[in-house]
Design a protein around this ligand. Structure first.
Ligand code: NAD
Length: 453
């Protein structure tokens, strides 16, 4: 079957209204969870082959997210899908008003490679919970995980409901020509624009989960040990190949020497050596070469070791970095941590504002005024005060970017919203019928109208 035929079969299936039944949705979500559970080991093996990601990290940062989301929807689906009663304004009395949730229809989910299971399947879980069908296009870069997901889904679900397309740019370009009711894309801002343009052709709504350069501010009021520990973890997990990783550090000048000392101690303690099971490889040679070029040897104060065959880049810290350095011209997406220095927090914030709006920002400070200043002045997708990455793990928070880092959000209730239409219905009584709105219009009616509205 070609893509047009698969989508056509999904349209037919959606129009049979089966996905609107909440029990159908719950059964599919349970089935997906059971399948992942049954094949968990194969999923771990596949991702290990692709970029050496350990079972610990794969469970903690990928599989557990999928389970958690499925459990959330199983528990909350009835209330999420239930029509919500809202107030009715005076001109619509006697009447009642409700917001009905309806699935958008036939969805396309395009995944990124860096957390291939989480970033591909959690949007799919939200799409199914909201009652849609789905075509899934995982990233082709981690080939084994792409194939593992394709096997898991295509061998167990009807393609008229759920189908994984294997392939890269050529295949995605073909699929993007089709008319979907929703496209959910995770990836780079560059490809995000291509997806957005293709969606515009059919007026298809999109969620774009993109990237950018996410800063971490470390002020003189930070707990430096806590900051170092949480930054090192957040930066080097997945070997820095994390969309919300702190891309660079912006450190207040007077505490910098002390902070660097603690930071380097913390990196050494975590022992991210060449054969460490807990340190991933760089995804491919192309990214390895790109990252190697970002390491300005004159500015390396820690690490800088590279091994192309093993696709290993050691945690590398660069100091005395300026906004003009190559490493500050693009999202790093690897284990390289540049340090910039500031004297005045307002000026530092202004410098960040000059760039694109980041996907995340992290504020290490115990001073409420400093925290508020950064929160109020800087626009970014989401982040943490005194931590890194962990906001993504709270499904009560929406996850997404703003401006160049994305459009829309998901997780928990917000994922359900991303794949639903809110149908607004006024239910009007047939008994009360004021003459006011009907012609002929009179001065008396106009007076009342002006008072009422
Ligand atoms: P990418 O944009 O290169 O690829 C993403 C997807 O788009 C893949 O499935 C790929 O096959 C497809 N694609 C690539 N080129 C295409 C083209 N020309 N036409 C159509 N489809 C195309 O991104 P990536 O390398 O997989 O991921 C890295 C980027 O994603 C980083 O910028 C990172 O910050 C961002 N990211 C964002 C999030 C988030 O949740 N906001 C999560 C992970 C990654």
């Amino acid at each position: 079957m070609n893509y047009t035929e698969i989508l056509q079969s999904q349209k037919t299936f959606f129009n049979s209204h089966k996905t609107k039944d909440l029990n159908f949705r719950k059964t599919q979500l349970k089935k997906l969870k059971n399948l992942i559970k049954k094949h968990e080991n194969q999923l771990y093996e596949a991702i290990y082959k692709d970029f050496g990601k350990s079972e610990f990290e794969t469970f903690g940062t990928e599989i557990s997210f999928i389970y958690k989301d499925i459990d959330y929807y199983l528990k909350n689906l009835n209330s999420l899908a239930k029509p919500k009663k809202v107030k009715t304004n005076i001109v619509n009395q006697l009447g009642s008003s409700k917001i009905y949730r309806e699935p958008l229809g036939n969805c396309l989910v395009i995944g990124a490679w860096n957390y291939p299971y989480q970033l591909t399947l959690t949007p799919v879980v939200a799409a199914l919970a909201a009652g849609n069908t789905c075509i899934i296009k995982p990233s082709e870069l981690p080939e084994n995980t792409m194939k593992a997901m394709a096997r898991l889904i295509n061998e167990n679900f009807d393609s008229a409901f759920l189908y994984v397309v294997e392939g890269g740019v050529e295949e995605t370009t073909e699929i993007l020509k089709l008319k979907f009711d929703k496209i959910f894309f995770t990836g780079s801002p560059r490809v995000g624009k291509i997806v957005y343009q293709a969606a515009a052709e059919h007026l298809t709504p999109v969620t774009l989960e993109l990237g950018g350069k996410s800063p971490a501010f470390i002020t003189e009021n930070a707990d430096l040990e806590v900051a170092a520990r949480r930054i090192v973890w957040g930066k080097f997990i997945n070997a820095g190949q994390t969309c919300i990783a702190p891309d660079y550090l912006y450190v207040q000048e007077n505490i910098k020497p002390k902070f660097i000392e603690i930071l380097l101690f913390e990196i050494k303690k975590r022992n991210y050596h060449e054969n460490a099971e807990h340190f991933c490889k760089i995804i491919n040679e192309r990214n390895f070469d790109r990252l190697e070029k970002l390491i300005n040897k004159e500015k390396v104060i820690f690490g800088g070791e590279t091994h192309r065959e093993k696709r290993y880049i050691s945690p590398t810290v660069l100091d005395h970095v300026t906004w003009e350095d190559t490493v500050m011209q693009e999202e790093i997406f690897g284990p390289i941590l540049p340090i910039l220095t500031y004297k005045n927090l307002d000026e530092a914030i202004e410098k960040v504002i000059e760039g694109e709006k980041p996907l995340s920002a992290y504020i290490f400070s115990n001073n409420a005024k400093e925290q508020t200043k950064i929160l109020e002045k800087l626009s970014f997708g989401g982040g943490c005060i005194n931590d890194t990455l962990m906001h993504i793990s709270n499904h009560h928070l929406p996850f997404g970017g703003v401006g160049n880092s994305g459009l829309g959000n998901y997780h928990g209730k917000f994922g359900f919203d991303a794949f639903s239409h809110q149908k607004a219905i006024l239910d009007k009584s047939i008994y009360l019928e004021p003459e006011l709105k009907y012609p002929p219009y009179t001065d008396g009616k106009l007076k009342i109208l002006k008072k009422l509205l």
